[in-house]
Design a protein around this ligand. Structure first.
Ligand code: ATP
Ligand code: MG
Length: 338
């Protein structure tokens, strides 16, 4: 039977180690500045090449949700009425002309992207054109991060752990994306007793209007929402320990679906993701995470049964290393392929 909680002394020790690690993970001002310069530079290159086309350069992903590290790539969405940019080829050619290296065009992908590396600013980037869906979920993640001071350090440390253990590459590794992990973290914090986070899509009011006069589809008025989780006094150390305990031992993968839209767990039956409807006999042990805006989408799908089994074992490994001696460093040790 896994240990249920940490003693106050253990919590202090683990929280202190987490604070120290968090300080090291925060991107330097210099790296934040380079990100801002990249956006200005792209804006200038694009609008000089195709003037009067209302081309805008928007940031999403970790560069926009307060969870980036110095080495995170920059996710960029270009919006414009200029349709020819959507084929990606002229964009790729222009970037190469302006000194970008390793330009790769994935025009046939589900979301077509151009990837490249800026040798001057030393940043990798992924660009899409007119696919602004992710701008909205990025803004919502950023809002959640700002609501309680514990969210950012907890999420950054869990993200660091997923990188070091190679558990966060949905595209290549058959695992799950950083975005999916972030949804799991937010859901966990919504279900603490008392809750640390609300469901921003469910609560009424607290919505601001954009420049265009449109009301936000989720509560986003940080000033009026901040501190709503203050009745919960759990420490950072206790939260990290309980996060691994929860997804390692408590969460019932055969029954439950993570839903930050609802702020509670859904049953796989009510969601229509019942293992018996899925077809494969192994689907009872599979992660189900509802995408908060496109709710028919299961973010857990990028990991098949075998991949998920491996991730589950890694979660339990992390729990056991904390349970036995609060070994945060060992927990985040770089995974070496055998
Ligand atoms: P990292 O620092 O590891 O790059 P990240 O926060 O940028 O983390 P990614 O998983 O790279 O996270 O995803 C980038 C962004 O793309 C997310 O913030 C989200 O806005 C969007 N995104 C990723 N996967 C999906 C998806 N399946 N559905 C909708 N949006 C997604
Ligand atoms: Mg990213």
């Amino acid at each position: 039977e896994p240990k249920r909680t940490l003693t106050p002394n253990e919590q202090d020790k683990l929280s202190g180690d987490m604070r120290e690690l968090y300080d090291r993970l925060l991107p330097s001002q210099e790296s934040e500045d380079r990100r801002a310069q990249l956006i200005e530079k792209l804006d200038r290159i694009l609008n000089e090449e195709w003037p009067d086309n209302d081309i805008r350069v928007n940031v999403f992903g970790s560069s926009g949700n307060l969870l980036s590290s110095t080495d995170s790539d920059v996710d960029i969405c270009i919006t414009t009425p200029l349709k020819k940019l959507e084929s990606m080829h002229s964009l790729a050619a222009l970037l190469a002309k302006h000194g970008m290296d390793k330009v790769v065009c994935r025009a046939a992908a589900k979301v077509p992207i151009v990837k490249c590396w800026d040798p001057e600013l030393e940043l990798a980037m992924d660009l899409n054109v007119n696919n602004p869906l992710a701008l909205q979920n990025t803004r919502m993640i950023r809002t959640y991060v700002q609501l309680d001071d514990r969210v950012r350090p907890l999420a950054k440390i869990i993200k660091y752990w997923t990188k070091r253990r190679i558990l966060n590459d949905a595209a290549f590794g058959g695992t799950i994306s950083s975005y999916t992990w972030i949804c799991m973290i937010i859901s966990f914090l919504q279900r603490r007793e008392p809750p640390i986070l609300p469901s921003l899509q469910k609560i009424t009011g607290h919505r601001t209007k954009s420049e265009g006069g449109e009301t936000s589809s989720f509560a986003d008025d940080v000033e009026s929402l901040k501190g709503s989780g203050a009745a919960n006094k759990e420490s950072l150390g206790e939260l990290l320990f309980q996060f691994f305990r929860h997804y390692g031992y408590e969460f019932e993968y055969s029954k439950h679906v993570v839903s930050i839209r609802e702020g509670r767990l859904l049953s796989r039956k009510e969601k229509g993701w019942d293992p018996t409807d899925y077809g494969d006999k192994e689907s009872h042990n599979r992660l189900c995470v509802e995408e908060p805006f496109t709710t028919v989408r299961n973010l857990g799908n990028s990991a098949d049964y075998y991949a998920w089994h491996g991730i589950h074992l890694e979660i339990r490994r992390a729990f056991e290393l904390l349970e036995n001696g609060l070994q945060l460093e060992k927990c985040c040790e770089q995974y070496e392929f055998p």
